[in-house]
Ligand binder design. Sequence first.
Ligand code: IPD
Ligand code: CA
Ligand code: CA
Length: 265
Amino acid sequence: MTTLWPDSDVSPDEMLQVAIDAAREGGAILKDWAGRFTITEKSRANLVTEADFASQHAIHARIHRRFPTQNFVGEEGLAETNSDSPWRWVIDPLDGTSNYVHGFPYYAVNIAAEYGKELMIAVTYDPNRDELFTAVKGRGAFVNGQPIRPTLVTDLQDAMVVASLPVACRPEHYAVKQLLNVMPHVQTVQRTGSAALNLAYVAAGRMDAFWSGSLKPWDMAAGILLVQEAGGRVTRMKGEPIDIEIPDLLSSNGSPIHDALQQLL
Ligand code: IPD
Ligand code: CA
Ligand code: CA
């Protein structure tokens, strides 16, 4: 066991395994609901389906059964609990609901556990490709058990970068301005619809950088640890330390492109 693991009566292997089992169960539920769900708008263009709720219910039930005193927060009304435990699970049962609804196969189940404010466990599961991204603090990051590393790109002109803009974002929104600022300086700018997978892809060397000013804790908790453990870098857009409670994230392969993007955002 690494010294980075807190003095706690739960083992990293056990926590990771429960998170993996929960993520796979959530992923199977998403696949099962595909094509037969109904769509509800929480707000303009902010969608939710029965699959989101069913996945969250299963994930919470499984983890809670094993760790009944730990705290939880989840996107679909899984309210913040306040036990004495320093552990908190942060759950997005379906990251990329718009993609899911349109049959665009880029979405994931996202589960993280933090001890105090420290991210300790990360699982991002893509049920379409059966790719399981995992990390434990201090132990590296993996996809399906194989170690992952970010890209080696050092020049923004060679970079594929990705942005997450708010849903129903208006042209005058600052996020649009940021996107336009970056565009002339990079090789490609993408927008994909799943922040969780974007972070996993930065960790795995499939994207060079990703930023957003509109994420919630459950969108980014797991992916931050994946990028950090893979050897990449995550900060706020102006370089301050990342905080999952603040919607301000810049992640990258850790090369000088990070600072270059900071200047442009
Ligand atoms: C959304 C996705 C998207 C991001 C949005 C999130 P959801 O999560 O991560 O990439 O741009 O801000 O809300 O709603 O599909 O779980
Ligand atoms: Ca999400
Ligand atoms: Ca979601």
